[in-house]
Ligand binder design. Structure first.
Ligand SMILES: NC(=O)C1=CN([C@@H]2O[C@H](COP(=O)(O)OP(=O)(O)OC[C@H]3O[C@@H](n4cnc5c(N)ncnc54)[C@H](O)[C@@H]3O)[C@@H](O)[C@H]2O)C=CC1
Ligand SMILES: O=C(CO)COP(=O)(O)O
Length: 352
């Protein structure tokens, strides 16, 4: 595969071998890296090493020869100058703890996870920083509109890598960019992490809206007012509002709310059919980050004193037994408001 940047046989480790880790490992392989995927599952490692497949997570996808898998953290991380964490948000601390003794002190650390830590509400870079003993400013997040299935088919995709350290963001850009995977940099780590996490709540709502038989009007409302909630929380947490006009904001919101490749959209669609949450999650067989993030958003909105009506109604549907239609009626029946004043506030603009 001809890439944007030939980097020779440098070594990278990707933890773990879910859908996203595998797709990003393929990008790194295409870019000349010798990649080891770490997985806790022995039969999955064997399938990747012998059949060059990861059937459960990326069906019909042939993995490159330069991509192998290992159950041994020490082996996966040996000599890795780039370490990519692509686990679920709930497993991030445990995996980072296991990895910490083997991560080289000068390795570039990137993560591609969209969510918060459940009990602490911490962002993923905070969790990584604590477990790896590295300043948060040295870490990089990769996010944006990017379904693993499309990346694995090498379909055109754009993402953003964010770090407080511009040199490290550019190093990550250099490692991932190629002719089907275009990578932008952004200094706003908080904005990129918050955008990627909160859009999953809105995607659950979008799937639910489609499942209830609503149309493009409702979808447009969810996207617009959902983006307002993301921006409101994000800016309160220290993000730059402009980030939400970019790939990690509106970009990721659009892709997740409009594609049935989204697990969050699919879960919302099933919930609208009256399937209970635990059954929906079992049927999905892959992570639906928006469920835990809806809980986190409830606490974060209280902590930062911001209104998140869509996230609140999703919380009622997921955890309080509220019927989806009742949640819609509540949203539509909210007090009247003036758009321009609200938009100015949500986007951190001050009207004269
Ligand atoms: N799939 C996608 O298209 C994209 C996913 N993401 C994000 O990437 C993250 C990972 O998502 P996916 O790869 O899609 O999830 P997935 O459900 O496909 O895979 C998750 C993997 O984590 C492993 N795992 C879970 N707990 C573990 C533990 N305690 N120890 C070791 N391994 C563990 C599972 O065995 C599985 O292999 C999520 O935060 C998601 O939002 C971001 C962009 C695109
Ligand atoms: O984040 C994603 C695309 O950018 C993937 O979304 P889902 O987790 O809903 O599949």
């Amino acid at each position: 595969m001809k890439t944007g940047n030939e980097v020779g046989q440098r070594k990278a480790a990707v933890l773990v071998a879910g859908s996203w880790g595998t797709a990003l490992a393929m990008v790194l392989s295409d870019n000349g890296y010798q990649v080891t995927l770490w997985t806790r599952n022995e039969s999955q490692a064997e399938e990747i090493n012998t059949l060059h497949k990861n059937g459960k997570y990326l069906q019909d996808c042939l993995l490159p020869d330069s991509l192998s898998a290992s159950n041994s953290m020490a082996q996966a991380l040996e000599g890795a100058e780039l370490v990519l964490f692509a686990s679920t948000s709930s497993a991030m601390r445990e995996i980072a703890k296991q990895a910490a003794p083997y991560v080289s002190s000068d390795a570039l650390i990137v993560h591609a996870t969209k969510g918060f830590e459940g009990d602490t509400l911490k962002r993923m870079t905070t969790v990584l920083s604590e477990e790896l003993g590295r300043p948060e400013e040295t870490l990089v997040v990769l996010s944006g509109p990017s379904h693993a299935e499309e990346v694995a088919k090498r379909m055109p995709t754009t993402v953003v890598v964010a770090s407080a350290d511009q040199a490290r963001a550019e190093q990550a850009q250099d490692s991932f960019i190629n002719n089907y995977f275009r990578v932008y940099t952004n200094p706003d780590l908080i904005g990129v992490e918050v955008g990627g996490a909160i859009k999953n709540i809105i995607a659950l709502g979008a799937g639910m809206s489609d499942g209830l038989g609503f149309g493009a009007n409702a979808k447009a409302a969810l996207l617009t007012r959902g983006l307002a909630e993301i921006s409101r929380l994000g800016t309160a947490m220290g993000a730059n509002a402009l980030t939400f006009a970019g790939l990690a904001g509106v970009g990721d919101l659009v892709v997740t709310c409009t594609s049935n490749l989204s697990r969050n959209w699919r879960a919302g669609h099933k919930l609208a059919q009256g399937i209970p949450l635990d059954e929906v999650l079992e049927q999905m067989g892959m992570v639906v980050e928006g469920v835990k993030t809806t809980k986190a958003a409830r606490y974060l909105s209280e902590k930062y004193n911001v209104e998140m009506p869509i996230a609140d109604q999703l919380y009622s549907v997921l955890f309080e037994g509220c019927e989806p239609n009742t949640a819609v009626n509540r949203l539509m029946g909210r007090g009247r408001t003036h758009e321009s004043e609200q938009v100015a506030q949500d986007w951190g603009l001050h009207q004269s």
